[in-house]
Design a protein around this ligand. Structure first.
Ligand code: NAD
Length: 435
């Protein structure tokens, strides 16, 4: 609030920028820092460098309370500094903490009496090792709090402002209270824990959600063998309050910047500590195979993929984001290209006709262009516009009107009425219970 020290946020990615803008929305003054000069230049002009619904508007509404900078020196007046930089997977599968370590070194070099708050997802034990580093660098006045983030891309602002819970792990109770206090105005339970426990809550949550997805995907695969409809199975399961309805949507597997790397990192973390996390191995393997099952379904219908023209509808890892990290589309497009198929794709977030993540794939300006002359279409991302598509018109332009719906997004009855051959995920003998 006015008169208080501003909140610092390092990193202006999906988590950092949303956090900065939301803290400003809660009434705090915020200094938002990134090493990426292009991002900071865009933000200074009021443009968000990432796509997230509602973000630019919130940025505009709170512009008076946020300053953007590329310099750590401008964070000098911040007593509480959030770290929201990337922690990508390293070749070993462990989380790569290079960016985190760089930021901590900059903070240590400036010392002072402040709290570093880790919002990035970091392995259990990171807090302790950062504190040891800070002490070794003579920055003993810099304390540490873990405050993992649970927002989902595409709904990030709502998730930040209306979270299911706020987790604050601290070595010192007063530091934890100071961080929790920044969230005043948000109606959510605050869980105060130790630092390692907070770090583990984040990994365990993501690993559990990924497990739910792989579980329902395996149920879907069995449904196909035995003639059951996974959508109705999921509904029937989800009504049991011990199970709950969420994350029981069968499809082509999880992707994105969090689940794949966090599940892998937890597996590595367990392995490094001497524990073989058997369940997570299966979760990862099922997810990898699930992406490839689509190729099998196409082969069943088309027999050969060599020379076939396949349209991919949607490339981002989920709708309402421009994020392509670990998207299922990347593996799928590469497999189809390797099989000799011609791949044409459309995604509302990708404007250029080619993209480095999709070598050899023609990216079309709209769905109709991707579908024109196609031997099959695969719905990869459930963008709402695909629900509104004139499927009858699309089917008429396809060489073979086959739709493999990787998200069970289009009603099979609607697809068939439009003249499409329809294949979903886990819909038994193809005769849906919901028809
Ligand atoms: N994206 C999500 O949905 C999500 C959700 C919860 C948690 N997380 C976690 O939050 C962290 C950030 O994720 P993200 O998706 O926002 O990443 P991102 O890649 O979108 O953003 C990271 C930002 O940090 C900046 N950066 C890197 N090194 C820096 C440095 N030394 N100094 C200043 N800035 C630096 C980058 O330029 C980039 O803008 C990760 O640990 C991720 O696992 C992400």
């Amino acid at each position: 609030m006015h008169g208080e020290a501003p909140v610092g946020v390092v990193g202006t990615g999906y988590v950092g920028l949303v956090s900065a803008v939301c803290f400003a929305h809660l009434g705090h003054h915020v200094v938002s820092m990134d090493v990426d000069a292009a991002k900071i230049a865009a933000l200074r002009e009021g443009r968000a460098p990432i796509y997230e619904p509602g973000l630019e508007k919130l940025l505009e509404d709170n512009a008076a309370r946020i300053t953007f900078t590329t310099s750590h020196d401008d964070l000098a007046s911040c007593r509480i500094l959030f770290v929201a930089v990337d922690t990508p997977p390293s070749p070993s599968g462990d989380a790569d903490l290079t960016s985190v370590r760089r930021v901590v070194a900059e903070i240590a070099a400036r010392g002072g009496d402040r709290i570093v708050v880790m919002k990035s997802t970091v392995p259990v034990g990171t807090g302790r090792s950062v504190v040891a580093d800070l002490r070794a660098q003579g920055a003993g006045g810099v304390r540490y709090v873990s405050n993992p983030e649970f927002l989902r891309e595409g709904a990030a602002i709502q998730d930040f402002l209306e979270p299911d819970r706020i987790v604050v792990g601290a070595f010192d109770e007063a530091d934890g209270e100071a961080v929790a206090d920044l969230y005043r105005g948000i109606d959510a339970e605050v869980i105060h824990t130790s630092v390692p426990t907070a770090e583990m809550i984040k990994y365990a949550s993501n690993a559990f959600l990924a497990t739910k997805i792989s579980f329902i995907n395996e149920i879907a695969n069995v449904c196909e063998q035995v003639g059951a409809d996974v959508r109705v199975v999921a509904e029937g399961m989800g009504l049991d309050h011990r199970i709950g309805p969420h994350f029981l949507h069968a499809g082509i597997g999880y992707g994105g910047s969090c689940f794949p790397k966090d599940v892998q990192a937890l597996k590595q973390l367990a392995g490094n500590s001497g524990y073989h996390f058997q369940l997570l191995n299966a979760v990862i393997e099922v997810n990898a195979l699930q992406k490839r099952r689509v190729v099998g379904k196409l082969k069943q219908h088309l027999r050969r993929l060599r020379g076939a023209r396949i349209a991919l509808l949607g490339l981002t890892f989920k709708p309402n984001t421009d994020d392509l990290r670990e998207a299922a589309s990347i593996v799928l497009a590469a497999r189809l290209r390797d099989e000799g198929a011609e791949v044409r794709a459309y995604d509302p977030m990708i404007e250029s006709s080619e993209h480095p993540l999709f070598p050899g794939v023609t990216i079309c300006p709209d769905a109709a262009a991707a579908l024109d002359g196609a031997d099959a279409a695969v719905l990869v991302t459930e963008w709402s516009e695909f629900g509104r598509l004139d499927w009858a018109a699309a089917a008429a332009t396809m060489r073979r009107p086959l739709l493999v719906d990787g998200r069970n997004f289009i009603d099979p009855a609607v697809a068939r009425a439009a003249g499409l051959e329809y294949e979903g995920i886990g819909l038994g003998d193809g005769l849906s219970d919901l028809d």
